[in-house]
Design a protein around this ligand. Sequence first.
Ligand code: ZN
Length: 289
Amino acid sequence: MYRFAPVTELHDQCLRAMTDDGGFRVMTVRTTQTVRDVLQTQNVKGETARWLADLVTGTLLVRETMSPANRVQGLLHGIARSGVLVADCHPDGGSRGLVQRRGDGDPLVGGGAVLEMMRTLHRGVHKGMVKVPDGATLSTAFMAYMQESEQVATVMAMTTLFDGDRVRASGGYLVQLLPELSEPMLAIMTERLKEFAPIEALLRDESTTPHSLMAELLYGMPFTQLADSPLQFQCRCDQVRIMASLATLPRDEVQAMVDDAKPLEITCDYCRRDYVIEPEQLRGLLAPS
Ligand SMILES: [Zn+2]
């Protein structure tokens, strides 16, 4: 299931930099291959694909800036309990996605949907929620989340370009204003972001890379690149985790499956990998520990 990109293709990456005056933190990401793999494993198209793609890129940006050492999940709750889109991003740069449907169709997303961010910290899980305004993009909802929940003034932009159903390019950037910011630099950045080309136009240009985006965002400002980390699609499932989840089932349910005497087939919702659990393995769950 897991595929490496052909060598001719640029790999996904996240660049992180800070201006030398300590005023701005900037991240730029290419997520083309990660998004392709997420959309392919979830078999989604059209508007759902577009929102899930941006959810993955936005969640990656939040993880890289607020919680580089932790797992961050972005959930987009559909309108009228129609389902949830999930992005699950981990510190090793691996991400996966999920479409949870509550009815026949895809979750209804757009204005009125709710963006929920879950950051796994040492002390537990930090959660924050914002409503997607009518007619707004997911970038707008992410910026509102950063302002309201994290209290950091942030400009974010992400998008995915499609050729039909195929992802042509996916990526984005994030600019954060830090407390050390001087007034003149704030004025310069505000003007620059106002005049900055829309992210769609930037990604349409095939010469755009995370490096060129970074250089353009911070043009004329001395900055230091702090990190360049690879990103990829990656599921976290394996036989041990599947057995561990089965071990949490009530004993009589496991007994019923053992009595059934047939191999149990389980498919991972994130990556569609199939697992076959033999009755003998299930019997092991019933053994007194
Ligand atoms: Zn999996």
